[in-house]
Design a protein around this ligand. Structure first.
Ligand code: FAD
Length: 464
């Protein structure tokens, strides 16, 4: 099979876009990587700035890309979080202090991404402060792609590419909880996208909706300042009302049943709280405002589809692809594997099945989810061999979702590259349970020291 170099646009300069650019260039393609911000790092570029509309519902608002808060530390140990051949170890900074902890703060992740970009000379391919405002397939030019962009200086332009790889992230467009009666509730609401520090919550009564990583972190953060924090979780029984041991002003409730005009909020457990603020830690939506596909790709209840193995829309492959849609799991490693696959498909080294076969594969996957009553919004949820606690209890039905190890093995087989290392798989399986069941201080306590030693021995074998 002949290998061909393509001219490829990468949209996004986060952890996905950076590794996509690297893999595409390694495969011989020419790459232009577009980024809306003036620096790389995507989500990990912390800013104090928040959006003017605290729930981020106004479609015409000025977008602030990042969703991270000042106290954020990683929820995975650094060893398994990094890319395969560029370990996430502490490197000497340019005069900047580094965070050597196993679960470091967000600045350390940002510096890791900067180190990665420097090592692989990614900036040569980058156009900073250039927002992609339109992507569509050209009617002429043999199916090439038109990318329209606007620079921060207001200069607009367009360029033709053989392919477009979408890496725009999916933690910027908030999803907000539906609460009966909320329209007449007089308090303030914000989405975690606009949460940075606890200070504005001093002496307030705050309800935090959501009990996953952000909900748990943000409730603890706010509890250091607020009068009371009430966390509402859908993962607990309806009569739940428990104290969190770490903070005496923090309670866990079941879901909210109603908000009222007098400022009260009722929970399913029968408790009533007069709250000043509701913080929605309720996740995000996939959003591609720049993409025009004539209806070939849609987002329905947070399923981006139809897509072959979460990456290629059958009717538009291989010219259009998505990196980074899967959530949970080993994010950076997923981006890397998907990028290798896209790069090798574009060069022709690896072949995709026919459009019809890809479509049948996607449809069969969706039908299996539907048959088991798994909502569309879990389509891109990567699980592990024992299932994943996010859907509730460990559940044998989760086996129908994409197992991340199987997914990596499958891509590796396609591309002829290495799959996930055994140590990374083991470490992730330990780490993900700690996120859910490890208690509040899970980032500072662990027992897998032997495994860590093994991992560092593996790192030492990598080329410097
Ligand atoms: P992003 O980092 O969001 O990057 C997207 C890029 O696209 C940005 O550069 C943006 O400017 C650009 N862009 C978007 N639209 C346009 C446009 N129209 N034109 C040009 N550029 C555009 N993962 C972990 O592995 N460990 C963790 O501890 C962890 N913690 C997290 C904590 C929080 C609060 C959140 C929200 C997520 C966390 N994640 C974590 C998951 C995180 O999403 C991934 O780690 C990863 O950084 C996402 O990378 P990305 O490149 O897909 O998206």
């Amino acid at each position: 099979m002949t290998s061909r170099a393509r001219h490829v646009a990468v949209i996004g300069l986060g952890a996905a876009g950076l590794v996509a650019a690297r893999e595409l260039r390694r495969e011989g393609h020419t790459v232009v990587a577009f980024g809306r911000e003036k620096q790389l790092g995507g989500l990990w570029v912390y800013t104090d700035q928040i959006e003017p509309d605290s729930l981020s519902l106004d479609p015409n608002r000025t977008i602030v890309h990042s969703s991270i808060y000042q106290s954020l530390r990683t929820n995975l140990p650094r060893e398994c979080m990094g890319y395969s051949d560029f370990p996430f170890i502490t490197r000497p900074g340019n005069g900047e202090s580094r965070d050597p902890r196993r679960y470091p703060d967000h600045r350390e992740v940002m510096m890791y991404l900067q180190d990665f970009a420097k090592e692989f000379e990614i900036e040569e391919m980058v156009r900073f402060e250039t927002e992609v405002v339109g992507v569509e397939q050209a009617t002429e030019n043999g199916g090439k792609w038109i990318v329209r962009f606007k620079s921060s200086g207001g200069v607009s332009g367009e360029e033709i590419f053989d392919a477009v790889v979408v890496c725009n992230g999916h933690f910027t467009e908030p999803r907000v909880a539906h609460i009966p009666g909320i329209d007449s509730w007089p308090g303030k609401q914000i989405h975690s996208h606009n949460y940075r520090i606890p200070d504005p919550f001093k002496d307030k009564v705050v309800i935090v909706i959501g009990s996953q990583s952000s909900g748990t972190d943000i409730s603890s953060d706010i509890a250091t300042m607020a009068k009371e924090v009430h966390m509402s979780s859908k993962a607990v029984a309806s009569d739940t009302y428990i104290a969190r041991t770490s903070h005496k002003n923090l309670r866990i409730h079941s879901t909210i049943s109603r908000a009222c005009e007098d400022g009260s909020v009722m929970f399913q457990n029968g408790r009533v709280v007069y709250a000043d603020v509701i913080v929605h830690c309720t996740g995000y939506k996939y959003h591609f405002p720049f993409l025009e596909t004539n209806g070939y790709v849609t987002v329905e209840d947070n399923r981006v589809g139809p897509l072959y193995k979460h990456v290629f829309p059958p009717a538009l492959a291989p010219g259009l692809s998505f990196i980074g849609l899967p959530f949970m799991g080993l994010q950076f490693f997923t981006f890397e594997m998907q990028s290798k696959w896209v790069a090798s498909v574009l060069s022709g080294r690896v072949k995709l099945p026919s459009e019809d076969k890809m479509m049948k594969d996607a449809t069969a996957f969706y039908a299996k989810l539907e048959a088991l009553g798994i909502p569309k919004r879990y389509t891109h949820f990567l699980t592990d061999p024992q299932g994943n606690p996010m859907l509730g209890q460990f559940n044998p039905q989760d086996a129908v979702l994409t197992s991340q190890s199987d997914y990596f093995n499958w891509i590796a087989e396609q591309c002829g590259c290495s799959s996930i290392e055994r140590w990374r798989e083991r470490q992730y399986n330990i780490a993900i349970k700690k996120v859910f069941f490890g208690g509040e201080n899970y980032r500072d306590r662990w027992e897998d020291n032997q495994l860590i030693e093994e991992v560092y021995r593996e790192f030492a074998k990598l080329k410097p």
